[in-house]
Design a protein around this ligand. Structure first.
Ligand SMILES: Nc1ncnc2c1ncn2[C@@H]1O[C@H](COP(=O)(O)OP(=O)(O)O)[C@@H](O)[C@H]1O
Ligand SMILES: [Mg+2]
Length: 273
Protein backbone atom coordinates (compact mmCIF):
# COMPACT_ATOMS: atom_id res chain seq x y z
CA UNK A 1 0.00 0.00 0.00
CA UNK A 2 1.31 3.42 -0.85
CA UNK A 3 1.71 6.23 1.61
CA UNK A 4 -1.87 7.29 2.44
CA UNK A 5 -0.77 10.94 2.52
CA UNK A 6 0.30 10.96 -1.14
CA UNK A 7 -1.96 13.55 -2.70
CA UNK A 8 -1.45 12.20 -6.21
CA UNK A 9 -2.56 8.72 -5.19
CA UNK A 10 -5.67 9.99 -3.47
CA UNK A 11 -6.43 12.14 -6.49
CA UNK A 12 -6.03 9.14 -8.76
CA UNK A 13 -8.26 7.06 -6.50
CA UNK A 14 -10.92 9.75 -6.54
CA UNK A 15 -10.70 10.07 -10.28
CA UNK A 16 -10.97 6.31 -10.76
CA UNK A 17 -13.94 6.12 -8.45
CA UNK A 18 -15.62 9.16 -9.91
CA UNK A 19 -15.26 7.63 -13.37
CA UNK A 20 -16.73 4.49 -11.91
CA UNK A 21 -19.70 6.18 -10.36
CA UNK A 22 -20.59 7.96 -13.57
CA UNK A 23 -20.16 5.03 -15.94
CA UNK A 24 -21.27 2.07 -13.90
CA UNK A 25 -23.99 1.06 -16.33
CA UNK A 26 -21.95 1.46 -19.48
CA UNK A 27 -21.15 -1.76 -21.32
CA UNK A 28 -18.15 -0.04 -22.97
CA UNK A 29 -16.37 0.90 -19.73
CA UNK A 30 -15.16 -2.00 -17.62
CA UNK A 31 -15.51 -1.28 -13.93
CA UNK A 32 -12.27 -0.80 -12.02
CA UNK A 33 -12.47 -3.28 -9.18
CA UNK A 34 -8.90 -4.12 -8.20
CA UNK A 35 -5.63 -2.35 -7.53
CA UNK A 36 -3.96 0.01 -5.09
CA UNK A 37 -6.36 2.95 -5.61
CA UNK A 38 -9.38 0.87 -4.72
CA UNK A 39 -7.53 -0.76 -1.81
CA UNK A 40 -6.64 2.66 -0.48
CA UNK A 41 -10.23 3.81 -0.83
CA UNK A 42 -11.46 0.74 1.07
CA UNK A 43 -8.84 1.23 3.79
CA UNK A 44 -9.31 4.96 4.31
CA UNK A 45 -12.91 5.79 3.43
CA UNK A 46 -15.31 6.64 6.21
CA UNK A 47 -18.10 4.10 6.67
CA UNK A 48 -21.16 6.33 6.62
CA UNK A 49 -23.88 3.68 6.51
CA UNK A 50 -24.46 -0.03 6.98
CA UNK A 51 -27.30 -2.03 5.45
CA UNK A 52 -28.31 -5.71 5.65
CA UNK A 53 -27.88 -7.50 2.34
CA UNK A 54 -30.52 -10.09 3.12
CA UNK A 55 -28.64 -12.88 1.34
CA UNK A 56 -26.11 -15.50 2.43
CA UNK A 57 -25.38 -17.29 5.67
CA UNK A 58 -22.50 -15.32 7.15
CA UNK A 59 -24.62 -12.17 7.05
CA UNK A 60 -22.16 -9.68 5.65
CA UNK A 61 -23.41 -6.09 5.41
CA UNK A 62 -23.27 -3.53 2.63
CA UNK A 63 -21.26 -0.50 3.73
CA UNK A 64 -21.56 2.98 2.25
CA UNK A 65 -18.09 4.50 1.97
CA UNK A 66 -17.01 8.08 1.54
CA UNK A 67 -13.56 9.55 1.02
CA UNK A 68 -13.01 13.19 0.15
CA UNK A 69 -16.33 13.55 -1.58
CA UNK A 70 -16.13 10.22 -3.42
CA UNK A 71 -18.77 7.65 -2.61
CA UNK A 72 -18.62 3.90 -3.06
CA UNK A 73 -19.84 0.64 -1.54
CA UNK A 74 -18.27 -2.37 0.08
CA UNK A 75 -19.16 -5.67 1.72
CA UNK A 76 -18.06 -5.96 5.34
CA UNK A 77 -17.74 -9.49 6.72
CA UNK A 78 -16.75 -10.31 10.31
CA UNK A 79 -17.37 -14.05 10.64
CA UNK A 80 -14.32 -15.87 12.03
CA UNK A 81 -15.10 -19.48 12.95
CA UNK A 82 -13.12 -22.69 12.77
CA UNK A 83 -13.61 -26.27 13.94
CA UNK A 84 -11.82 -29.60 13.47
CA UNK A 85 -15.17 -31.09 12.41
CA UNK A 86 -18.44 -29.36 11.58
CA UNK A 87 -21.85 -30.85 10.86
CA UNK A 88 -23.28 -29.16 7.78
CA UNK A 89 -26.44 -29.93 5.77
CA UNK A 90 -24.37 -31.84 3.22
CA UNK A 91 -22.49 -33.87 5.86
CA UNK A 92 -19.55 -33.55 8.20
CA UNK A 93 -16.74 -31.27 7.08
CA UNK A 94 -13.22 -31.68 8.41
CA UNK A 95 -10.94 -28.71 9.14
CA UNK A 96 -13.88 -26.35 8.81
CA UNK A 97 -13.28 -22.63 8.64
CA UNK A 98 -15.55 -19.72 7.76
CA UNK A 99 -13.57 -16.51 8.12
CA UNK A 100 -13.15 -12.99 6.81
CA UNK A 101 -9.38 -13.71 6.83
CA UNK A 102 -9.54 -15.87 3.73
CA UNK A 103 -11.51 -13.13 1.92
CA UNK A 104 -8.35 -11.01 2.07
CA UNK A 105 -6.08 -13.99 1.30
CA UNK A 106 -8.12 -14.85 -1.84
CA UNK A 107 -7.75 -11.31 -3.19
CA UNK A 108 -4.01 -11.23 -2.44
CA UNK A 109 -3.57 -14.58 -4.23
CA UNK A 110 -5.61 -13.36 -7.21
CA UNK A 111 -3.16 -10.47 -7.50
CA UNK A 112 -0.10 -12.73 -7.25
CA UNK A 113 -1.49 -14.89 -10.06
CA UNK A 114 -2.87 -12.13 -12.25
CA UNK A 115 -6.28 -13.84 -12.13
CA UNK A 116 -8.27 -10.61 -12.31
CA UNK A 117 -11.54 -11.90 -10.86
CA UNK A 118 -11.73 -11.18 -7.10
CA UNK A 119 -12.78 -7.63 -6.14
CA UNK A 120 -10.28 -5.68 -4.01
CA UNK A 121 -10.51 -6.78 -0.37
CA UNK A 122 -8.76 -5.32 2.67
CA UNK A 123 -8.72 -5.87 6.42
CA UNK A 124 -10.81 -3.26 8.18
CA UNK A 125 -12.09 -2.65 11.71
CA UNK A 126 -15.54 -1.14 12.15
CA UNK A 127 -17.55 -0.70 15.32
CA UNK A 128 -14.86 -2.55 17.29
CA UNK A 129 -14.99 -5.61 15.01
CA UNK A 130 -12.27 -6.81 12.68
CA UNK A 131 -13.33 -8.02 9.28
CA UNK A 132 -12.85 -7.88 5.53
CA UNK A 133 -14.07 -5.02 3.41
CA UNK A 134 -14.56 -5.92 -0.23
CA UNK A 135 -15.33 -3.56 -3.07
CA UNK A 136 -18.97 -3.80 -4.17
CA UNK A 137 -19.25 -5.06 -7.74
CA UNK A 138 -21.92 -3.68 -10.05
CA UNK A 139 -23.21 -6.88 -11.54
CA UNK A 140 -26.05 -7.47 -13.94
CA UNK A 141 -26.79 -10.89 -12.49
CA UNK A 142 -25.42 -13.81 -10.53
CA UNK A 143 -24.60 -17.09 -12.20
CA UNK A 144 -27.70 -18.50 -10.47
CA UNK A 145 -29.90 -15.99 -12.31
CA UNK A 146 -28.14 -16.63 -15.63
CA UNK A 147 -28.74 -20.37 -15.32
CA UNK A 148 -32.37 -19.85 -14.25
CA UNK A 149 -33.06 -17.56 -17.21
CA UNK A 150 -31.15 -19.89 -19.55
CA UNK A 151 -29.06 -17.00 -20.91
CA UNK A 152 -26.06 -17.83 -23.09
CA UNK A 153 -22.95 -15.64 -22.74
CA UNK A 154 -22.31 -13.84 -26.06
CA UNK A 155 -18.74 -15.03 -26.64
CA UNK A 156 -18.71 -18.72 -25.72
CA UNK A 157 -14.97 -19.12 -26.14
CA UNK A 158 -14.16 -16.25 -23.80
CA UNK A 159 -16.70 -17.44 -21.26
CA UNK A 160 -15.28 -20.96 -21.21
CA UNK A 161 -11.80 -19.58 -20.65
CA UNK A 162 -13.06 -17.58 -17.69
CA UNK A 163 -14.71 -20.70 -16.27
CA UNK A 164 -11.46 -22.67 -16.69
CA UNK A 165 -9.61 -19.90 -14.81
CA UNK A 166 -12.04 -19.84 -11.92
CA UNK A 167 -11.98 -23.64 -11.62
CA UNK A 168 -8.21 -23.59 -11.39
CA UNK A 169 -8.44 -20.89 -8.70
CA UNK A 170 -11.10 -22.78 -6.72
CA UNK A 171 -9.02 -25.96 -6.77
CA UNK A 172 -5.93 -24.01 -5.76
CA UNK A 173 -7.67 -22.38 -2.78
CA UNK A 174 -9.76 -25.48 -1.95
CA UNK A 175 -13.02 -23.59 -2.08
CA UNK A 176 -15.88 -25.55 -0.50
CA UNK A 177 -18.51 -22.91 -1.29
CA UNK A 178 -18.51 -21.93 -4.99
CA UNK A 179 -22.25 -22.12 -5.45
CA UNK A 180 -23.95 -20.14 -8.19
CA UNK A 181 -24.69 -17.10 -6.04
CA UNK A 182 -21.00 -16.62 -5.32
CA UNK A 183 -20.22 -15.79 -8.92
CA UNK A 184 -21.34 -12.42 -10.29
CA UNK A 185 -21.49 -11.35 -13.94
CA UNK A 186 -20.81 -7.79 -15.07
CA UNK A 187 -22.51 -5.87 -17.86
CA UNK A 188 -19.73 -6.92 -20.26
CA UNK A 189 -19.90 -10.60 -19.23
CA UNK A 190 -16.84 -10.64 -17.02
CA UNK A 191 -16.95 -13.05 -14.09
CA UNK A 192 -16.34 -11.67 -10.60
CA UNK A 193 -15.68 -14.11 -7.78
CA UNK A 194 -17.06 -13.30 -4.33
CA UNK A 195 -17.42 -15.05 -0.98
CA UNK A 196 -14.14 -16.71 -0.10
CA UNK A 197 -14.76 -17.20 3.62
CA UNK A 198 -14.86 -21.02 3.24
CA UNK A 199 -11.60 -21.61 1.42
CA UNK A 200 -7.92 -22.46 1.97
CA UNK A 201 -8.47 -25.82 3.64
CA UNK A 202 -5.12 -27.34 4.71
CA UNK A 203 -5.58 -30.41 2.46
CA UNK A 204 -2.91 -31.46 -0.03
CA UNK A 205 -5.20 -32.96 -2.66
CA UNK A 206 -7.30 -31.00 -5.15
CA UNK A 207 -10.98 -30.62 -4.38
CA UNK A 208 -12.27 -31.49 -7.83
CA UNK A 209 -9.52 -32.43 -10.23
CA UNK A 210 -12.02 -33.62 -12.90
CA UNK A 211 -12.90 -29.96 -13.47
CA UNK A 212 -9.39 -29.22 -14.70
CA UNK A 213 -9.07 -30.09 -18.37
CA UNK A 214 -7.75 -26.88 -19.95
CA UNK A 215 -5.22 -24.45 -18.52
CA UNK A 216 -4.22 -20.87 -19.17
CA UNK A 217 -0.52 -20.67 -20.04
CA UNK A 218 -0.11 -17.40 -18.17
CA UNK A 219 -1.76 -18.78 -15.01
CA UNK A 220 0.50 -21.85 -15.09
CA UNK A 221 3.54 -19.61 -15.48
CA UNK A 222 2.42 -17.55 -12.48
CA UNK A 223 1.77 -20.69 -10.43
CA UNK A 224 5.36 -21.74 -11.00
CA UNK A 225 6.60 -18.49 -9.49
CA UNK A 226 4.72 -18.98 -6.20
CA UNK A 227 6.94 -20.01 -3.32
CA UNK A 228 6.72 -20.16 0.44
CA UNK A 229 8.50 -16.86 1.26
CA UNK A 230 6.31 -14.96 -1.23
CA UNK A 231 3.07 -16.54 0.03
CA UNK A 232 4.11 -15.86 3.63
CA UNK A 233 4.90 -12.25 2.83
CA UNK A 234 1.58 -11.51 1.09
CA UNK A 235 -0.87 -13.95 2.71
CA UNK A 236 0.91 -14.96 5.92
CA UNK A 237 -1.11 -12.62 8.09
CA UNK A 238 -4.33 -14.32 7.05
CA UNK A 239 -3.41 -18.01 6.72
CA UNK A 240 -2.00 -20.60 9.12
CA UNK A 241 1.24 -22.44 8.24
CA UNK A 242 -0.91 -25.53 7.49
CA UNK A 243 -3.06 -23.58 5.08
CA UNK A 244 0.08 -22.31 3.31
CA UNK A 245 1.53 -25.84 3.07
CA UNK A 246 -1.75 -27.12 1.63
CA UNK A 247 -1.84 -24.29 -0.91
CA UNK A 248 1.70 -25.03 -2.13
CA UNK A 249 1.01 -28.79 -2.39
CA UNK A 250 -2.13 -28.11 -4.44
CA UNK A 251 -0.13 -25.76 -6.65
CA UNK A 252 2.29 -28.68 -7.28
CA UNK A 253 -0.65 -30.99 -7.99
CA UNK A 254 -2.13 -28.58 -10.56
CA UNK A 255 1.22 -28.19 -12.36
CA UNK A 256 1.69 -31.98 -12.40
CA UNK A 257 -1.83 -32.53 -13.73
CA UNK A 258 -1.29 -29.99 -16.51
CA UNK A 259 1.95 -31.76 -17.54
CA UNK A 260 0.22 -35.14 -17.50
CA UNK A 261 -2.66 -33.94 -19.68
CA UNK A 262 -0.27 -32.23 -22.11
CA UNK A 263 1.63 -35.54 -22.39
CA UNK A 264 -1.59 -37.42 -23.12
CA UNK A 265 -3.46 -34.98 -25.37
CA UNK A 266 -0.86 -32.53 -26.65
CA UNK A 267 -0.32 -28.88 -25.68
CA UNK A 268 -2.77 -27.59 -28.29
CA UNK A 269 -5.70 -29.42 -26.70
CA UNK A 270 -4.83 -28.48 -23.14
CA UNK A 271 -3.36 -24.98 -23.12
CA UNK A 272 -4.86 -21.64 -24.05
CA UNK A 273 -3.43 -18.12 -23.79
N1 LIG B 1 -18.25 -7.72 -3.63
C1 LIG B 1 -19.57 -7.85 -3.79
N2 LIG B 1 -20.20 -7.12 -4.73
C2 LIG B 1 -21.54 -7.20 -4.90
N3 LIG B 1 -22.33 -7.99 -4.17
C3 LIG B 1 -21.77 -8.76 -3.21
C4 LIG B 1 -20.36 -8.73 -2.97
N4 LIG B 1 -20.08 -9.57 -1.96
C5 LIG B 1 -21.26 -10.10 -1.57
N5 LIG B 1 -22.28 -9.61 -2.32
C6 LIG B 1 -23.72 -9.94 -2.19
O1 LIG B 1 -23.96 -10.34 -0.86
C7 LIG B 1 -24.38 -11.70 -0.78
C8 LIG B 1 -23.82 -12.35 0.47
O2 LIG B 1 -22.41 -12.24 0.48
P1 LIG B 1 -21.50 -13.53 0.64
O3 LIG B 1 -20.07 -13.09 0.76
O4 LIG B 1 -21.81 -14.49 -0.44
O5 LIG B 1 -21.96 -14.06 2.06
P2 LIG B 1 -22.31 -15.50 2.60
O6 LIG B 1 -21.00 -16.06 3.05
O7 LIG B 1 -23.21 -15.23 3.74
O8 LIG B 1 -22.92 -16.28 1.48
C9 LIG B 1 -23.90 -12.32 -2.09
O9 LIG B 1 -24.67 -13.44 -2.47
C10 LIG B 1 -24.07 -11.15 -3.05
O10 LIG B 1 -25.42 -11.02 -3.46
MG1 LIG C 1 -22.37 -16.46 -0.47
Amino acid sequence: MRNPKTVFTVGAACLALFTLATTENSAQTPQTFQGSNIEEFLSRAKITGIKDIGLGVTLPVKATLELEGVKGYGVFKTIDESAKTKQLDRGIELEFQDSWRTEVAAYELDKLMGLGMVPATVERTYDGKKGSLQFWVDSKMSEAERVKKKLQPPRTFEWEEQVARLRLFDNLIYNTDRHLNNLLITEDWKIRLIDHSRTFRPFEQLKDQKQLTRFSRSLLEKLETLNEPLIKERLGKYLTPYQIQGLLKRRDAILALAQKLIGEKGAGAVLYR
